[in-house]
Design a binder for this molecule. Structure first.
Ligand SMILES: *Cc1c(COP(=O)(O)O)cnc(C)c1O
Length: 332
């Protein structure tokens, strides 16, 4: 299952879904019916799975479009059953189990009793069972516990053969762990070429590069202040470049003052002063040949997205999903 929620992590929902459809995957994973609708409207026919709980008003369309939801409560199950029954269809669903994410799914101790009720709902077909790892990139002991608990639950419910699909792993789980009970995985970040666990990055190739251009290159005198709040003042005549990108594009304002760097003409150059909405300023060497129109990489092949996310005190998932629509997506 390729996870394409949040605009395919900022990469562009429709285009990425079309590419993945040609990769023979079992499901596209999305957060809500709006994303599922956009994928269908783009002509993509791959089965779609909803990763989270649904709101009552979404369910009619979910059933109508044959999207696969995961079920966290008996109330949800009955609601989907009633809609499917009325429409004269059977809805394929997966059971969600909460093994330690605390966000959705039946609690393990409640599952057996609820399943007795769910099995009576003849318009539902339980095709899969799922859980979610909360700490696969930071806590090995807890992750192993979650995997063991999930396997035990599957075993208690009659064994793996009872479910066509058993799935648990996000990118961290896939890269860092082995699980023989599961036959489906849900990679998000890693399909965009970023590893959440250090040591695996060299096995992946970054998909997204964020680029802009130099809009001005000039020399300012000593004692000249740079950007809002005058947090940077030159101590000598300084060559600087202005670049046409800012937090209005999703380049994080939080990197201000952290010596974040950009890549121009094969070299790193530090950002000086605060990131503004549409522009940033970088310091150039005195003999720099950087000029107006030069391409600038904010992150990509030379500056890692992880590096920028860390300087912004965030994670690369947030950095990617925060790239705003103003940034034109170009696909190569
Ligand atoms: C977002 C999400 C994933 C993908 O996670 P990554 O860490 O990006 O691989 C997998 N499963 C569920 C339930 C999710 O919500």
């Amino acid at each position: 299952m390729a996870v394409v929620k949040a605009g395919a992590y900022g990469h562009g929902l429709e285009t990425i879904s079309r590419v993945l459809e040609s990769c023979d995957i079992a499901f596209l994973g999305v957060a809500n019916i709006g994303e599922a609708r956009r994928i269908r409207n783009a002509g993509v026919q791959t089965p779609i799975y909803l990763l989270g709980a649904t709101w009552e008003q979404e369910r009619e369309e979910i059933v109508a479009r044959g999207i696969t939801p995961c079920i966290s409560t008996l109330v949800e199950a009955k609601s989907f059953h009633d809609i499917a029954k009325r429409r004269g269809v059977r809805l394929v669903v997966h059971l969600a189990v909460d093994t330690g994410m605390g966000r959705g799914g039946f609690l393990p101790q409640e599952l057996a009793a609820n399943l007795i009720e769910i099995h009576k709902l003849d318009a539902l077909e339980i095709e899969g069972i799922a859980s979610h790892l909360s700490s696969s990139d930071e806590d090995e002991a807890f992750t192993l516990e979650q995997i063991a608990n999930f396997n035990r639950i599957v075993e208690d419910l009659g064994g793996p053969e009872k479910f066509k699909w058993r799935h648990l792993s996000n990118s961290g789980g896939i890269l860092g762990y082995t699980d023989h009970y599961c036959n489906l995985v849900r990679p998000g970040l890693m399909i965009y070429g970023i590893s959440p666990i250090s040591g695996f990055q060299e096995k992946l190739r970054t998909v997204m590069s964020l680029k802009s251009r130099v809009t001005l290159a000039r020399t300012v005198p000593a004692g000249h202040s740079i950007s809002y709040g005058r947090t940077y003042v030159t101590t000598q005549p300084t060559r600087i470049a202005t670049i046409g990108i800012g937090y209005g594009d999703g380049y994080p304002r939080h990197v201000s003052g952290k010596n974040a760097e950009v890549w121009i003409r094969g070299k790193r150059h530090p950002i000086i002063g605060r990131v503004t909405m549409d522009q940033i300023i970088v310091r150039l060497p005195d003999d720099s040949d950087v000029e107006c129109g030069d391409e600038v990489e904010l992150f990509g092949a030379n500056i890692s997205a992880n590096e920028v996310a860390q300087l912004a005190d965030t994670i690369v998932w947030e950095l990617f999903t925060g790239i705003t629509p103003r940034v034109e997506r170009l696909y190569i």
